[in-house]
Ligand binder design. Structure first.
Ligand SMILES: C[S@@+](CC[C@H](N)C(=O)[O-])C[C@H]1O[C@@H](n2cnc3c(N)ncnc32)[C@H](O)[C@@H]1O
Length: 204
């Protein structure tokens, strides 16, 4: 996430309006083959090794959903923005991926359960992240995992959720919590970054 997208998020961005240009950021659109390959490698490591049911919350334009579907996963994406969902559907056409308009904090998936809940750059914007994480863990089958990609952006007025806080919130929920620092991985971001970026894979 760039400084510009941080500012937009903090200002309670109109995600429908942002959708058309969202993919212009290297880590959003994954148009650069090197950036795309870097995220594909990470998802391969973070998601189950066999085809699985993956719930991508706050899925945006579906870039990660597409990578997951390309690995054979069955993807359900949820986003509050109909414009984002439209773009995600177009991006994943022909793949095993469905998209719903809804709140990531209470996804409209009924009694369905998943092998992995994937969330990138969304948790920190939701009120009550501890409560939200508990709800997400309840959407998992036994042995399922939360794959959370988050960070802290900006130097002057930082926004986001530090890894230490997220892992503390996960402690009562998950049996195994692994944190992977991502700040020193320019290929993921389309260039060097200096702020805190990380992924947490938590098995419940
Ligand atoms: C920074 S973007 C991240 C998109 C995607 N996860 C990615 O990494 O490319 C945040 C996304 O979350 C969505 N969003 C924000 N609040 C949401 C909520 N409460 N429920 C569902 N989606 C939400 C926005 O519409 C937007 O698509």
């Amino acid at each position: 996430m760039t400084d510009e997208s941080e500012r937009r998020t903090t200002a309670r961005v109109d995600w429908d309006a942002a959708a058309a240009t969202f993919d212009d950021e290297p880590d959003h659109g994954l148009r650069d083959p090197e950036v795309r390959a870097a995220w594909a490698d990470r998802l391969r490591a973070w998601l189950p090794g066999r085809p699985a049911d993956v719930l991508d919350l706050g899925c945006g334009t579906g870039s990660l959903a597409l990578l997951a579907a390309e690995r054979g996963h069955r993807v359900t994406g949820v986003d509050l923005s109909p414009a984002m969902v439209d773009l995600a559907r177009a991006k994943t056409a022909g793949r095993d991926a469905v998209f719903l308009v809804g709140d990531a904090a209470a996804p409209p998936v009924g009694e369905r359960r998943f092998d992995a809940v994937l969330v990138r750059h969304v948790l920190w914007t939701l009120p009550g992240p501890g409560r939200v994480l508990r709800h997400w863990s309840g959407l998992l089958r036994p042995g399922g995992r939360l794959v959370l990609v988050e960070g802290v952006w900006g130097a002057v007025s930082p926004v986001g959720i530090p890894a230490a806080r997220l892992t503390a919130l996960l402690e009562p929920i998950a049996s195994d919590v692994r944190t992977e620092p991502l700040s020193d991985e320019p290929a993921l971001w389309g260039g060097p970054v200096t702020d805190e970026r990380y992924a947490v894979v938590a098995t419940v």
